[in-house]
Design a protein around this ligand. Sequence first.
Ligand code: GLN
Ligand code: ZN
Length: 800
Amino acid sequence: MARTHILGFPRIGARRELKFSQEAFWRGETPEAALRETGAALRRRHWQLQANAGLATVAAGDFAWYDQMLGTTALLGALPRRFGFDPAALTLSQYYELARGNVGQPAMEMTKWFDTNYHYLVPELDAESTFDGGPSWYLDEIDEALALGLPTRPVLIGPVTYLWLSKSHVAGFDRLSLLPKVVAAYARILAQLKARGIEWVQIDEPALCLDLDAPWLDAFDAAYPTLAAAGVKLLLATYFDTAAPHAARAAALPVHGFHIDLVRAPQQLAAWQAVLPADAVLSVGVIDGRNIWRADLRAVLDTLKPLHAQLGNRLWIAPSCSLLHVPVSLDAEQRLDPELRNWLAFATEKLDELHTLATALNQGEAAVAEALAASDAAQAARRTSRRVVNQQVQKRLADVTAGMADRASAFDLRIERQRAALALPALPTTTIGSFPQTPAIRQTRAAYKRGDIGALEYLERIRGEIELAVRKQEALGLDVLVHGEAERNDMVEYFGEQLCGYAFTENGWVQSYGSRCVKPPVIYGDVYRPEPMTVETARYAQSLTDKPMKGMLTGPVTMLQWSFVRDDQPRATTARQLALAIRDEVRDLEAAGIRVIQIDEPALREGLPLRRADWAAYLDWAVNAFRLSAAGVADATQIHTHMCYAEFNDILPAIAAMDADVITIETSRSAMELLEGFGEFDYPNEIGPGVYDIHSPRVPTVEAVTRLLERACEVIPPQRLWVNPDCGLKTRGWPETEAALANMVAAARQLRGKLAGQVPVSWKRVDRPASAQVGAVVGAVVSHTHTAACAPACAGQAAV
Ligand code: GLN
Ligand code: ZN
């Protein structure tokens, strides 16, 4: 008998119950007991769904009040000491302080979980960290499931992955030195599970899908014998990529089974079959836990049948990873186009798919003939539907030539033309795009969506907001203006709604972090742009001012990355379709007189494959998609891009290869570390390192901005430096925004003054001889001799 199970279920609830309850608790409007009951009710409901779908076991311990890594930190009792909390007596309020900060302490750092858009709280460890256990919440949840009489299979994040994902503020600290203590803590937890009569525990080690060096691989050998001694059977779960390079080694561990992701990495099956111990379970992830498409059950059965013949009841069938990454249920989607809806499977529907697969294997396909026929029909429809395939898009894609991704001239020449056209001062100031999304703006958008106001009234109000933003920017003395993005609720949704091939769900929420959920749009068909999307807005904004107005677009890779994408063609192909749509928009903006166009790519980094060996291929198509979107304009049109909130140092050559004329990039959180990367790499084009953190309501002082700019001047030639905040300002209010930008502009002006006094009026680019004299056309008076000319001004006292 093949068995079915899942690695985890979305915890937020079909109507985001957990989110609303958490937020009410944070506001002090709901007592803790009510929040706890919301969580308990969701767990019960989700276990019941699993039981109803005939899963052999239900996953427990996958719940989290905010995040599963934070939950593990609490379970182990490894709280950052700076909070001063007693781990064993941790309260829910204190747990949320760890996640969200309190008056005395900033929140724990948060970062993306592998290559997903889910964020976890990074454990903070050092030599004194203790793992003596925390509150009983985890075991209480296991007890809840057991009390319901359900076959309970607890889930834990494994010790090696836990340590791998943790950080230490002590430079050079070896996290692996904590392994014995951590393993001892896990062994105690496993013993407590054993005492409850638990047979199997799923232990997640997705780190096995990364490039691990010898000490980290050795850590598995060191850890697992101790864990095995607890006497429960361990299912070692890997996901998000292939674990085949470490299969032989993993197979020698004293565990009783392995889970592998056959959606992301079907090719790893043979490697695992070759090493699987004779009595071990193989759990195959054959239903996509990261995407919302209905599975091709017939094709999956073709994979499963020989495995079933070989393994019998040692074959377990599962989604590729936890279902955390997909919405809860299609039941909440009544407005989706029925044909498209029929192609989708959210978490609950995926449980049914597992049921069908297991029944087909155990009782024969005839037993599920109807379900299989429905699956076949959905697949066939998707292959041929006119909703999916558009011959014109296909033809256009086939006709793309390599040269279309190249600007007409090299940067050195372009920048001269741009400087002539734009007549900007040195250290030009700008912002990233959005301005405060005031309640009035939100009300306007909501009223329009509800139909309470008509298109004309809406346009009028949005124009009012644009004019307000323009007037404020002029008063502040910014050099390159933006229209403020008042008409946009979300940088992907706004464009997706205007493109063909995109669909939007009503309730397709996925947890991003804590109570924060996102509703990724669905790319289901060939993407194209039926008509211009931003041109009228940009034209209107430009008409209000003589200063250059930036046209603002979302780039193809970010559109792709923040959507549920097609699984019937390579991501690279979808990216190129998006790139062509954006390319058309870029050209239309240029034709409408927009001279600066920003194509945001904040998500470029997060699309990177987990293994370095796969990076080059990804970066190649991703960078190419960006270039294809941008390269259709004349030399004098300046292309900007923007990136934020990721580590960019290891992909700087790829970022340079995007060949944007200007990149604005978030740097304040890493205290300009990133900028040093740009300095060392000698980034060839212009850069605007963010000079203040837009996530804080604190207004940066002129001195603070000046200090950052001076540091920037140490590594970037000042004539290639822009001055801007870290990211868009939509989450801020106007008063702090105006105060911060006023200081930013003042700092830029002061530094301009200093630079002007100390360097010749027309300057040479000493770092790149080919571009000598580029700056002569600018009224600017900056010179880069980096060591001599810029140092006195930029490095201040120190260099004099
Ligand atoms: N242009 C967008 C804004 O300013 C960029 C947002 C982002 O980088 N995530 O809001
Ligand atoms: Zn940003």
